[in-house]
Design a protein. Structure first.
Length: 187
């Protein structure tokens, strides 16, 4: 379920049935794609992989907190590695799980990084501040699609024709402050 639903976005925009639900859902999904990677989650990024004929191993550049028996969802690591897997061995910077009928490979880099997602422990759709932030970003995305030069204001207070710039997330950072993962902050 999206942080901002189609019904909520229709209500805020006042568009009724003028636009299809699929078109509005794209905007809601885009807002989720902006916000969700910034929030606390048990997600890690795999930088390399290897496999034997019976096991696959994913490597990380930071320590993880997965344990043997955890079920993880792996994506963007290649078809032999992707899917829901149960961890059979862990190291500080790697996890291993069982596979079948594979050809062995040496350790290879993954670019762009793969994603390993652990158990979901927080339902962000129940957090009103996160929902409001998603609604505000959805509205900005919608307005940028409809009137691209309606612009925003840049940090030096000059008008900008592009509202999807670096200030998009900055406008809702206060609403998200309690939920932003330190792992998502750079610089």
């Amino acid at each position: 379920m999206s942080l901002c639903t189609v019904a909520e976005l229709k209500s805020v925009l006042g568009v009724g049935s003028l636009y299809s639900d699929a078109t509005l859902q794209e905007v809601c999904d885009a807002a989720d794609n902006v916000i969700l990677p910034m929030l606390w989650a048990k997600d890690y990024y795999a930088i390399a992989h290897s496999k034997t004929t019976t096991t696959a191993t994913l490597y990380f550049d930071t320590a993880h907190d997965f344990i043997v028996g955890d079920s993880v969802v792996i994506s963007n690591c290649g078809s032999a590695w992707n899917g829901t897997k149960t961890i059979t061995a862990v190291g500080t910077f790697e996890i291993t799980y069982t596979i079948s009928a594979a050809t062995a490979t040496d350790k290879n880099s993954i670019m762009p990084y793969g994603k390993v997602a652990g158990d979901v422990t927080t339902d962000w759709t129940l957090d009103m501040a996160v929902q409001q932030a998603a609604t505000m970003i959805s509205v900005d995305i919608w307005q940028a699609r409809q009137a691209s030069n309606s612009g925003g204001i840049s940090p030096d207070f000059s008008p900008s024709p592009y509202r999807m710039g670096n200030t998009l997330l900055a406008r809702v950072r206060g609403l998200l402050a309690h939920a932003i993962s330190p792992n998502s902050m750079v610089g």
